[in-house]
Design a protein. Structure first.
Length: 150
């Protein structure tokens, strides 16, 4: 009896034109969890790289004083215990921090000279390569030592 009801309901779904995974195995699927996690990781990595670029830009001698002021105010607001909306409020507290951060970064991109940003991106890439080499060199020593001892 249950099989008859199940097949009747599947027939009704097929005839209605609705998509069901059981009746339409070739249905289009949106981005899965793995894809969205990769996007979050890529975005987090990009934000980290931009933070390094702005760090080097802040220390650059050609950086205008007003751009440094914007950077200081943005970071100062994020680290300050006195905020418009306190961070301990579950969702809204972090949204105002995110808003201030995004506005500060957009403003910094506009007012920082392009040649300074280009030069600081190159410096960031060089330091990242150097950091990776420093991390890899002890790992190579451990692997070589392990192969000789084992």
């Amino acid at each position: 009896m249950a099989a008859i009801v199940k097949s009747e309901s599947l027939n009704a779904i097929e005839n209605s034109g609705l998509s069901c995974p059981a009746t339409n195995p070739k249905r289009e699927r949106g981005p899965g969890l793995r894809t969205s996690m990769m996007n979050w990781r890529q975005q987090a990595k990009r934000v980290e790289e931009e933070a390094r670029v702005f760090y080097f830009a802040f220390k650059h001698p050609k950086m205008p004083w007003y751009a440094r002021l914007v950077a200081l105010c943005t970071v100062g607001y994020l680290l300050s215990p006195v905020q418009l909306i306190p961070s301990f409020i579950p969702v809204i507290g972090f949204l105002d921090d995110l808003l201030v951060l995004s506005l500060g970064v957009k403003l910094l991109r506009k007012i920082t000279p392009p040649d300074v940003l280009t030069e600081c991106r190159k410096v960031t890439d060089k330091t990242e390569m150097r950091r990776r080499q420093e991390i890899m060199s002890p790992a190579i020593v451990v692997v070589v030592a392990d192969e000789r001892c084992g």
